[in-house]
Design a protein around this ligand. Structure first.
Ligand code: HAX
Length: 445
């Protein structure tokens, strides 16, 4: 059997030729132009990043290595008797573009198990932090605290490093780091909310199964974990967490520095923290309406109240998507199967009925449809994970799969340090003046 690293090495060798050809023979072909609105407005739509790991179509949603969410869930190998695939097999897909056999997926399960022991100092450091630290701050600190373990940083400092082999050191860091994340996440959860009563991992379980066990939540939460990590893994390269990880790695920072930076971006309320915000917002409704599901009229009023107070509706809108997020739909299907009568799910469904129309009337959001975060907290809440400020850590464990796969390929293809050019407001005004004059001259001519 060929290992993941061997398969990846072959893919990289083949792919390098494509990248080199594009650069050498077609480097001056234009793929995008930048307007003033894009320069001021967060670079929306500027095509300036390259990734083959996932692609986000505004109307279709995400594809991982060309596969839809449904195809990924169907085609990837699964643990015996389970509906959702091995996260480790999914990582194989993200890294290589190939659907692994069960044997290949199990080889990654075994490899990651060997790399999964978290250094004791990480636990000591987490215990030393104030207990009211945000779980995302703890998660980020835990990741960066392990930087001393970096194989990449060591190879660099020893001068072993060159453009062609650097991905191998990155690969080692990526696997070492990923393998530890379930335990770090579960440790933070039980430290903060369960009186530091920790549950040891079981060497016979996979990534998702072990996470559920260490969280102390019974099956089918293992299935939720597998689904959740896969759904949240990657959303092409321009979102804040993916872009930040890529940007920091482009300075030849190792995987520990790079992922911690991406996780810090994920902690923002307009990005990953939105799933916590959704639950906080929904809980407020439930309290306001005595714990029951509000009527449609009450809901509409509450949505308008939120908008009129100048706040966004969490879980709705997207910078790229222009339809309901298929990650929302995948989780909705899970809810319809396992918890159709759960009041919180019914409330989220009712929001789906009223929010898009209200956002359309409100007239600001370009996308009135729900994103991934509108649905995810409901499932967590159902399985007893009610501490919603922990939800973004779950997102972070999943997101690590995608962003770390990406920076492995960044190293493999030798992407350079990222350094876009900035302009001043004076310059923008001058561009605007010139464009205006050209238009007027064009009209008079
Ligand atoms: N509720 C109210 N107003 C909204 C809105 C929402 N859900 N979504 C967008 N708008 C507003 C924007 O605030 C903006 O208003 P201003 O012109 O006054 O600044 C206007 O509509 C245009 O914004 P847009 O172009 O449609 O959206 P952006 O690309 O600027 O932002 C966001 C995309 C996801 C940040 C935005 O839709 C938002 O704030 N949504 C709510 C928070 C959320 O759910 N975030 C999670 C997104 C998914 C994700 O990354 N998860 O990690």
């Amino acid at each position: 059997m060929t290992t993941l690293k061997e398969v990846l090495a072959k893919k990289i060798e083949e792919h390098r030729k494509r990248t080199t050809k594009l650069l050498v023979e077609h480097g001056d072909v234009k793929i995008s132009e930048v307007t003033i609105a894009q320069a001021i407005g967060g670079m929306r739509g500027v095509k300036s990043l390259v990734t083959d790991i996932s692609y986000l179509d505004p109307y279709e949603g995400i594809r991982f290595r060309g596969y839809t969410i449904q195809e990924v869930m169907e085609k990837l190998p699964k643990p015996e008797g389970k509906d959702y695939p091995y996260v480790e097999g999914f990582l194989y897909l993200l890294l290589t573009g190939d659907i692994p056999t069960k044997e290949q997926a199990l080889e990654v399960v075994e490899d990651m198990r060997k790399r999964s022991q978290v250094p004791q100092y990480v636990f000591d450091m987490l215990r030393a932090l104030p207990r009211d630290s945000h779980p995302m701050a703890m998660f980020s600190a835990a990741i960066v605290s392990m930087q001393r373990e970096s194989v990449f940083a060591k190879a660099y400092s020893e001068g072993k490093f060159n453009k062609y082999n650097s991905w191998e050191y990155m690969y080692e860091d990526v696997l070492n780091l990923l393998a530890k994340l379930p335990q770090i996440g579960a440790f933070i959860y039980r430290l903060k909310y369960k009186g530091d009563t920790q549950i040891d991992p079981d060497p016979n379980l996979d990534f998702g199964g072990n996470f559920a066990r260490m969280m102390g939540i019974d099956p089918p939460y293992d299935e939720v974990a597998r689904m959740y990590f896969i759904l949240h893994s990657d959303h092409e390269s321009g979102n804040v967490s993916a872009h930040t990880t890529h940007l920091v790695a482009s300075a030849l920072s190792d995987a520990y520095y790079s992922l911690a930076a991406g996780i810090n971006g994920l902690a923002g309320p307009l990005h990953g923290l939105a799933n916590q915000e959704v639950l906080a917002w929904i809980q407020k409704f439930m309290e306001k309406f005595g714990g029951g599901v509000p009527t449609e009229e009450q809901l509409k009023q509450a949505v308008w109240d939120t908008l009129n107070s100048g706040q966004v509706i969490p879980g709705y809108g997207h910078a790229v998507l222009r339809k309901t997020d298929p990650r929302y739909t995948a989780q909705r299907e899970y809810c319809l199967k396992y918890l159709p009568d759960y009041p919180l799910f019914q409330l989220v469904s009712k929001l789906y009925d009223v929010v898009p129309d209200i956002l359309k009337q409100h007239g600001k959001a370009k996308n009135p449809w729900p994103n991934v975060d509108a649905q995810s907290g409901v499932i967590q809440w159902y399985y007893g994970l009610t501490e919603y400020d922990f939800y973004t850590v779950l997102f972070g464990i999943g997101r690590a799969l995608g962003v770390l796969s990406n920076i492995t390929w960044d190293r493999a293809l030798g992407y350079p340090i990222e350094r876009p050019k900035s302009v001043t407001t004076d310059m923008l005004e001058e561009f605007a003046k010139q464009a205006q004059e050209a238009k007027e001259n064009g009209h008079t001519a």
